[in-house]
Design a protein around this ligand. Structure first.
Ligand SMILES: [Zn+2]
Ligand SMILES: [Zn+2]
Length: 356
């Protein structure tokens, strides 16, 4: 930063030669800044360049640079949310950046409760085949979020989810698998549903192994992981988990692998409601899957665990993932023993219960 400032000041001294940086043509600087914005690992990576000097600030806000900015450049912390951050995201949206459309859409829909503009921003990203936006819109349709119970549109939910799944979105694949298994919003097809669930697990395992391999070039860790999975699988053959649909596929792998990295939009939501930046309305709950952060938009919107009745989820995908990562070890039907109500039917929640 200091170096650039010095460089800026240099040409003002008439006795010295002009700075090499000043000699660089604008389009070359824009090209370099575009690479930076697309690969920035945090918003500060990019902001630090913008505040360096007037020229970098001007060129850094060039349409091309803003349109190329990647999701990590937008990973603003909830506590740092400001009018400036909002304006920056809007500028990126106007430059045609789909990630910005999605993240600002999620923030507006869930945190700022500007449902209409949030949903239309997500739709803008979805039209350009942005898989997380397609999946988020499907969750909104399945739950009738922002509206009443009657606004649920299961068929629209399945259609959006199918597009996201086709683009390789793992949660969407898992959600669609469950919908097919249960005949939820789509004609029931247990075999096809099961196939999608296996595919979702395989993709997830592949992405985790890729992550492990990248972080440690030795393949020992990957082998160790696979051995753990194989052992767990053998154990589960003898003690299959309790499931609604009779399949234990979703528990095949999971506990020994790290949770998938949450999208910056989900991290923002989690921080926003977790840190008290935003308050949940009376009687509203957050999705119990730690990596999700979606809040209910009306009481009893989310489905809950039919065994313990203590946790609730925005989607089947969140429930399945949380079951693998955490809830399986905690879930116990204590309430039901006390009540003597062993059937696990939910009485006040709208969502159908599943246990993966
Ligand atoms: Zn969720
Ligand atoms: Zn439970």
């Amino acid at each position: 930063m200091t170096i650039h400032r010095k460089k800026q000041r240099t040409p003002r001294k008439p006795t010295e030669k002009s700075d090499l940086f000043d000699g660089l043509p604008d389009d070359l600087v824009v090209c370099i800044l575009s690479k930076l914005s697309s690969s920035a690992s945090s918003p500060s990576d990019f902001i630090n360049v913008l505040i360096t000097c007037k020229r970098l600030n001007q060129l850094g806000l060039h349409q091309v640079v803003l349109s190329k900015a990647g999701p990590r450049a937008f990973a603003v912390k909830a506590k740092n949310w400001s009018e400036y951050a909002h304006r920056f995201l809007k500028r990126c949206v106007n430059a045609g950046n789909v990630e910005a459309c999605y993240i600002l859409g999620m923030i507006r829909f869930y945190c700022l409760q500007s449902r209409g503009s949030g949903a239309s921003l997500m739709a803008k990203a979805a039209i350009k085949s942005h898989a997380p936006a397609l999946y988020s819109l499907s969750v909104i349709q399945f739950n009738g979020s922002g509206g009443s119970k009657n606004d649920k549109d299961l068929r629209a939910g399945v259609a959006l989810c199918a597009r996201a799944a086709f683009l390789g979105h793992i949660d969407a694949l898992r959600e669609l698998g469950h919908c097919l298994q249960d005949g939820y919003g789509v004609h029931r097809n247990i075999t096809e549903g099961r196939r999608l669930l296996v595919q979702a697990n395989a993709r997830e395992l592949a992405s985790v192994l890729r992550m492990v391999t990248l972080s440690s070039p030795s393949s020992r860790d990957s082998r160790c992981l696979l051995t753990c999975h194989a052992r767990r699988h053998q154990l589960q053959q003898h003690h299959p988990p309790i499931t609604g649909s009779g399949f234990s596929l979703l528990s095949d792998f999971g506990c020994n692998v790290p949770a998938p990295e949450a999208h910056p939009a989900n991290r923002f939501l989690t921080e926003w409601f977790g840190s008290g930046c935003g308050l949940l309305g009376h009687g509203l709950r957050l999705c119990s899957h730690g990596g999700c952060g979606r809040p209910e938009t009306r009481p009893h919107e989310f489905r809950r665990c039919s065994i313990c009745n203590l946790v609730n989820y925005c989607s089947r995908a969140c429930q399945a993932l949380d079951w693998k990562l955490r809830h399986k070890a905690e879930c116990a039907p204590i309430e039901q023993w006390i009540d003597g109500d062993g059937d696990g039917d939910n009485t006040d929640d709208e969502g159908a219960d599943i246990n993966a």
